[in-house]
Write a protein that binds this ligand. Structure first.
Ligand code: FES
Length: 95
């Protein structure tokens, strides 16, 4: 089962293989910025992936469109559009 660790001091969480990243964070009572509720429109839910990018689902066309429109860093992923397949270390500016 994949572990999600956090750059700033927070206990890690364990999720099921293939779990949606944003849903997993919300289920663990972590705040996730959003104005579209996970519909892949706002890109506010993105998190910085410090380790384990290879353990996340590949970037979808929708994510590529969001990246073009919002111009965020390569190590950031839109959490509502990502599934988790292995251990990762992540951060968000507001955590
Ligand atoms: S919550 Fe809006 S794009 Fe993820």
């Amino acid at each position: 089962m994949p572990h999600i660790r956090f750059f700033k001091a927070r206990p890690e969480i364990v999720v099921t293989e293939g779990a949606n990243l944003m849903r997993s964070l919300l289920d663990a009572s972590l705040p996730v910025a959003s104005s579209c509720g996970g519909d892949g429109v706002c890109a506010k839910c993105r998190v910085r992936v410090l380790e384990g990018m290879e353990h996340l689902s590949s970037e979808t066309e929708l994510e590529r469109d969001l990246r073009d429109r919002h111009d965020y860093d390569e190590n950031e992923r839109v959490s509502c559009q990502v599934s988790v397949h292995g251990d990762i270390l992540i951060d968000a500016s507001y955590w």
